[in-house]
Ligand binder design. Structure first.
Ligand SMILES: [Zn+2]
Length: 136
């Protein structure tokens, strides 16, 4: 869980919220919760896929950047790229950028994101390796 600084929408006081990500089967899920000590407003939110930008930045800053390395070549590298493109709903040019990095370090993201992608790949028989990049 990472902590994010927020402003309470009800009373406008600065408060802390909590954000996290999890992987359930082959789906990436994010959640955010806040409980305002001033006005007792409580909000729980969650969603599928990539979290909103500020939440993701907080998770990366506090939990570190992780990488996904794929050692496949030829047709299997193309299959791996297709799986990643589908999972992350990438444009063709974004997918091609990733394709050029395979074999090698293809993706950087939060621990939950690379774990999620590794599971999507594993389901289709592609092995990958998850490593911390700048763990604090
Ligand atoms: Zn409040």
């Amino acid at each position: 869980m990472a902590i994010v600084s927020l402003v309470c929408e009800t009373c406008q006081n600065a408060i802390d919220g909590y954000v996290g990500q999890s992987v359930s089967d082959c789906r990436l899920v994010w959640h955010r919760s806040l409980a305002c000590p001033h006005c007792k407003t409580a909000i729980e939110e969650d969603g599928m896929g990539m979290p909103p930008y500020e939440l993701r930045q907080a998770i990366l800053a506090q939990e570190g950047v992780w990488s996904l390395t794929i050692w496949e070549t030829g047709d299997r590298a193309i299959v791996a790229t297709k799986i990643l493109r589908e999972a992350m709903t990438l444009s063709l040019s974004e997918a091609m950028k990733i394709k050029r990095k395979i074999p090698g370090k293809a993706i950087e993201g939060t621990q939950a994101e690379v774990t999620w992608l590794a599971r999507c790949l594993e389901k289709r028989g592609i092995t990958s390796c998850i490593l911390p990049e700048n763990r604090k």
